[in-house]
Each structure stands twice: as structure tokens, then as C-alpha cells.
Ligand binder design. Structure first.
Ligand SMILES: Nc1nc2c(c(=O)[nH]1)N[C@H]1C(S)=C(S)[C@@H](COP(=O)(O)O)O[C@H]1N2
Ligand SMILES: [Mo]
Length: 198
């Protein structure tokens, strides 16, 4: 039924593929609702909640150190894509510009289009998390979250917000869009934290 598109992992890759996942060579688009089309000129990024409120522009992000990231990507609907190549800004570098209130323990990602997804700070403030604006060397296409998305490689991909436009810092956990609709509040693919973790 799955044909050639979804494959059982090769032995060499199997240790990189979380339980219950299948490899895809394509890069499926998974969006709830319409794709927003935002130019880099109009794109704005807002920090609010338990942090000093601040609005950032595209050039603020471009003046931060730029890195290449090659990461595996795991969707809870069971496809995984290995070695996705992104370019962008480390969350830890961006966060040097943010004055966090020490009471902050969690963050809600906000997006153009209204999607949200929540993270505890220990899952957010990791060296390997980044804001991505290029995919395989090209500007990030709108359907994959361009002009800017977050990528959180160690969790299921619904935690990687497309069209991200803000971070809300909180002193408690709140549920984002899919988490309110039955997905797990954390989403570790190695533990198969798929659904119903409330
Ligand atoms: N804003 C927004 N971000 C989102 C989504 C969405 O619907 N809206 N879907 C999530 C889900 S379920 C997945 S699997 C990935 C898919 O990313 P892709 O479309 O680039 O493959 O984006 C995540 N980020
Ligand atoms: Mo997903």
C-alpha cells in the first residue's frame, strides 16, 4: 500500500529511525489549514510573556551567526526523513538577545496562521535547536514554513513550528494546537510519545 514512497529503514539507518516510523525520500508537507505567504520584509518576530517584550526583524536574525544543520525529521503520522539540510540561527544564539524572567519555565511558539506548540525550556534551550530559513541551500519554501520556522530535532516534527512569529514565555505548561487535540504534550519519538499524554 505504501509503495516505493515509504520504505522500511535499511539496516545501516535503522538505529536512526525511531520505533514505528518509515523512511521517505520525498519531503511531505504537513500543514493544518492554509499556507501563509509572508515576505521577509513584513516578517516580524515578537518575544512576550515572561521576558522583556521585544520585536525582531528579518535583518536582526540575519545578523546573528548562520549555521548549516543536517538533521533527521520525524512526523508523528509515521514518516521520517533522514539528513534534512537546513540553514539558520541557533536558538541559543538568539536567546542571548532575550532577557528572560527567571520565573519562566516553558515557552509557547506562535505562528502566522495561528498555530501554536508548547515546550519546556529544557527542550527549547538546546544547542541543536535552530530557526531555519533555508532548506537544501534554497530559501525555505512557504509550504515548509518559509520564510522562517523553528526546528527541534529531538522531538516529533509538530514541535517544529512553521511561519513562526513569536515566543511566549510562561511559568507553567500550556497546550498548543495539536496538544489540545490529542497529541502528547512533549512528543519524544524514541519513547513514542504520540498521543494522549495529558
Ligand atoms: N505553523 C504550523 N507549523 C507546523 C504545522 C502546522 O500545521 N502549522 N504542522 C506540524 C507538523 S504536524 C509537522 S509533521 C511539520 C511538517 O513540516 P513540513 O510540512 O515542512 O514537512 O510541521 C509542523 N509545524
Ligand atoms: Mo506531523
Amino acid at each position: 500500500m505504501l509503495g516505493n514512497f515509504f520504505k522500511k529503514p535499511e539496516a545501516t539507518d535503522s538505529d536512526r529511525v525511531p520505533p514505528g516510523q518509515y523512511l521517505t525520500n520525498g519531503f511531505p508537507v504537513l500543514t493544518y489549514g492554509d499556507t501563509p505567504h509572508i515576505s521577509t520584509n513584513e516578517w516580524q518576530f515578537r518575544v512576550f510573556g515572561l521576558a522583556q517584550p521585544k520585536t525582531f526583524t528579518w535583518s536582526d536574525f540575519m545578523s546573528l551567526p548562520q549555521h548549516e544543520f543536517t538533521k533527521d525529521f520525524h512526523c508523528v503520522t509515521r514518516w521520517s526523513k533522514l539528513d534534512v539540510q537546513w540553514t539558520g540561527v541557533k536558538v541559543t544564539d538568539f536567546m542571548k538577545l532575550v532577557k528572560l524572567d527567571p520565573k519562566a519555565t516553558h515557552v509557547m511558539q506562535h505562528c502566522y496562521g495561528g498555530y501554536t506548540t508548547n515546550l519546556p525550556l529544557e527542550d527549547f534551550l538546546r544547542q541543536e535547536n535552530f530557526f531555519a530559513h533555508k532548506l537544501f541551500g534554497e530559501p525555505l519554501p512557504a509550504d515548509h514554513g518559509g520564510p522562517m520556522r523553528l526546528v527541534v530535532p529531538h522531538l516529533y516534527a509538530w514541535k517544529s513550528a512553521k511561519w513562526i512569529n513569536g515566543l511566549e514565555f510562561l511559568d507553567h505548561d500550556e497546550l498548543g494546537f495539536w496538544e489540545r487535540n490529542g497529541y502528547h504534550r512533549r512528543g519524544d519519538p524514541w519513547k513514542e510519545e504520540r498521543y494522549g499524554g495529558l
